[in-house]
Ligand binder design. Structure first.
Ligand code: MF3
Ligand code: CO
Length: 290
């Protein structure tokens, strides 16, 4: 990081002098770094204008998920969900971020039952009574990325599966309580992991959340199985997803070796995930995408 002089213009583009803008802030971060903590770089901190851009993108993302919620039904294929997402996103002027991302063939991820994430919509996958499905939507709008997902329960879902879905939803609130400046990502992770474990569930280790906004996936990687006081320091301006994958059985996963994408719970038990995007603010958090 380039060392700024006291009277240089601040890196945050406020137009103010460094000494009366972010100098004390940077010094505080540096103290944590000297103590051996991971700290964010300036390029991980979004300006007000960038947060505004992400919020505009989020409006589409949220509307798309609302649209899916209105239309999803038993007998529909996950391919039809893909069409709903493509139609609504493009009609609102957005681009579905998954489409063509690393070769991903569809506009959305649809992960059924024991599928943990990255399920590929298909006309062969028909939603049936008792299914649970995660619909993971990501939008690009005017260069800004938004990312969130919800679970949908179809018809008569077994009580134990329903509880899994509800617990995965509650994990977000438990995690959010830990999102504030000068906490660590590990504080959030441990709170979520402890809560999931107390309910008899396990959290996937290998896949987690991420910074988001100017790119689909930015640093840092956000784990939900690490410990309090570890991982990156949270500071105002950071924007990342909270998206723990909660397994009813063991945490172990396998990736579909035919399509290279779909992630399954190795033991074949159901898995649930909700995802939101949050910004760290001066005194806590703001949910940007839900
Ligand atoms: N939306 C997923 C996430 O939360 C990313 C899916 S990558 C894709 O990170 F290519 F499958 F879309
Ligand atoms: Co994400």
């Amino acid at each position: 990081m380039k060392k700024l002089g006291r009277n240089d213009p601040c890196w945050c583009q406020s137009g103010r002098k460094y000494k009366s803008c972010h100098m004390a802030f940077d010094e505080k971060i540096q103290q944590y770094e000297l103590q051996g903590h991971m700290v964010p770089t300036h390029d991980m901190l979004k300006t007000r204008e960038q947060v505004q851009g992400i919020k505009e993108s989020s409006k589409i993302n949220i509307a798309v998920l609302d649209y899916v919620a209105e239309h999803i039904r038993i007998g529909m294929s996950t391919e039809e969900i893909d069409h709903l997402v493509y139609e609504k996103t493009t009609q609102m002027g957005g681009i579905p971020a998954p489409l063509g991302y690393d070769g991903f063939p569809k506009s959305v991820c649809t992960s059924l039952n024991e599928q943990v994430c990255h399920g590929i919509p298909s006309e062969k996958d028909i939603l049936k009574d008792g299914d649970i499905v995660n619909v993971d939507v990501s939008t690009i709008y005017q260069g800004y990325f938004s990312d969130s997902s919800r679970m949908f329960m179809l018809g008569d879902v077994a009580p134990e599966t329903r509880k899994l879905v509800e617990t995965a939803r509650k994990c977000l609130d438990i995690g959010l309580e830990q999102v504030k400046p000068w906490n660590f990502l590990g504080d959030m992770a441990q709170a979520i992991n402890d809560f999931a474990k107390a309910n008899g569930y396990s959290i996937v280790r290998e896949i987690g959340g991420h910074g988001v906004g100017l790119e689909f996936h930015e640093e840092p990687f956000v784990s939900y199985v690490t410990s309090r006081g570890t991982e990156m320091l949270m500071v105002p301006g950071m924007v990342f997803t909270i998206e723990p994958m909660v397994n009813m059985g063991k945490a172990d996963i396998v990736i579909d070796d035919e399509n290279g994408w779909t992630v399954y719970a190795e033991d074949g038990k159901p898995s649930a995930q909700w995802e939101i995007t949050v910004a760290v603010t001066e005194d806590g958090y703001e949910i940007l995408t839900w």
